[in-house]
Design a binder for this molecule. Structure first.
Ligand code: SF4
Ligand code: SF4
Length: 419
């Protein structure tokens, strides 16, 4: 496909989306280019020499292409797309935007760049310009789901080994890590790392919960890249599994985009779900409120600070649950500034952390986060999203921060008192 054909296809796609999607139309038409968003994007803060790092210019890239089709556009009033238009758009929406929505809260008109960005990403996928790494990872997940029977034996062995280790560690042979067991009240969906299974498992055990673990991992590379078809193929088996188990609650492991997908988007695609969806820290915070679990704070004596993942905090309102857990389970919890809805994004979300070609931009996008972390003088940083953990681990190593990165549930699990 030539650059000219690619641009024509993108233009056609954006025009059709503008007709069909009133939010997209509203956001494109109502941006007054005041620039209030610019300073509030971590990519622009990291590198202000590149206009494409500014939220308003991402919006403008799409708007100008649509306007080319108007009468004034045809008369050349809006100029012609540059020869590197597709690459510039790809940089603007895939490489230098994490869909964190920080700019949205500083925009006087609440223009949601993430909607424009998601549609721009879909247009680029349509012309085969999505980052290949993300598509490949999504396809691997789809394949694992299609051939789950071939993987399940190995997975069960791995989980049995973990179960035996924990029985020895806590001295309790009744500890279990059941997989997709029918009749459990909770279906917990982990990520691929062992600790994302073991920490919640210890907490469920201590709370005497009726629970079972999913056969699948919760990450969804299809959703991260903005490909709805792939995202559905990765999500649906989890929803089906929860129904087969008869779960009352689907509890999502510490993952930002996976929670957004299951808690906010799944019902748009599939209608009302027959179970509640909860993030694992919400479940743990409820156990504390119900006095079902207790902690020995002395197990977490080092200073801890917390990074609010954009998808959980700013975009889902989960602010207090991780803080309640950290105050209960650790001696010295300190806030970073700003926090909650105004927290700076770590720079690794939206799929960036999985694409090595984006490393330079991603690390530039993490510079505001580094400033925040250093100011706390914390030894441990907790967060509730795997992407954030991976990004901050990389920043930690690259910029020599000398901290440890952990999940909130890991801190809680370490301090559990087993009755
Ligand atoms: S703050 Fe809102 S209206 Fe102003 S330039 Fe940014 S997106 Fe447009
Ligand atoms: S990275 Fe966040 S702040 Fe920057 S443009 Fe994207 S959504 Fe807005």
């Amino acid at each position: 496909m030539t650059e000219k054909t690619e641009i024509a296809e993108l233009q056609e796609f954006f025009i059709s989306q503008k007709k069909a999607n009133r939010y997209f139309r509203y956001y494109l038409e109502n941006c007054v280019r005041c620039g209030s968003c610019i300073e509030n994007c971590h990519f622009y803060q990291g590198d202000y020499t590149n206009d494409l790092n500014a939220p308003v210019f991402k919006n403008e890239q799409v708007r100008r292409l649509i306007k080319q089709q108007s009468l004034l556009g045809k008369l050349g009033l809006y100029g012609r797309p540059s020869s590197d238009y597709v690459d510039s758009l790809s940089y603007a929406v895939f490489e230098s935007c994490t869909n964190c929505r920080r700019c949205v809260i500083f925009c006087p008109f609440s223009i949601d760049i993430s909607i424009i960005n998601t549609i721009a990403r879909a247009g680029l996928i349509k012309i085969d310009k999505a980052p290949e790494m993300l598509l490949m990872l999504a396809d691997m997940q789809i394949q694992r789901r299609e051939f789950i029977d071939d993987y399940i034996e190995m997975f069960t062995e791995q989980v049995n080994d973990l179960e035996n280790e924990i029985r020895k560690e806590i001295g309790d042979t009744s500890f279990r890590m059941p997989i997709a067991e029918k009749g459990a009240k909770i279906l917990y969906v982990p990520l691929s790392g062992a600790i994302t299974m073991t920490s919640p498992a210890k907490i469920f055990h201590a709370a005497k919960e009726s629970w079972t673990m999913s056969k699948f991992d919760v990450v969804n590379f299809g959703f991260l890249v903005g490909d709805t078809v792939r995202a559905k193929k990765i999500l649906k088996p989890i929803l089906d599994e929860a129904e087969e188990v008869g779960a009352e609650k689907l509890v999502i492991g510490e993952c930002g985009h996976a929670f957004k997908l299951a808690a906010k988007i799944a019902e748009r695609w599939y209608g009302k779900l027959p179970f509640e969806v909860e993030l694992v820290v919400e479940t743990v915070a409820n156990y504390i409120k119900e006095d079902r679990i207790r902690f020995d704070k002395s197990k977490n004596s080092e200073r801890i600070t917390h990074h609010d993942p954009c998808q959980h905090a700013r975009n889902s309102g989960i602010f207090e649950e991780p803080r309640m857990i950290l105050r209960e389970a650790a001696v010295d919890f300190v806030e970073m500034t700003p926090n909650r809805d105004k927290n700076w994004c770590c720079g690794g979300g939206g799929g960036l952390i999985a694409v090595p070609d984006f490393n330079k931009t991603r690390r530039i996008g993490g510079e505001k986060k580094i400033e925040q972390i250093k100011a706390t003088r914390a030894k441990i940083l907790t967060t509730t999203c795997e992407n954030c953990k991976s990004q901050i681990e990389d920043l930690n190593e690259y910029y020599n921060l000398g901290i440890r990165i952990e999940g909130v549930v890991d801190v809680a699990a370490r301090a559990l008192i087993y009755k």
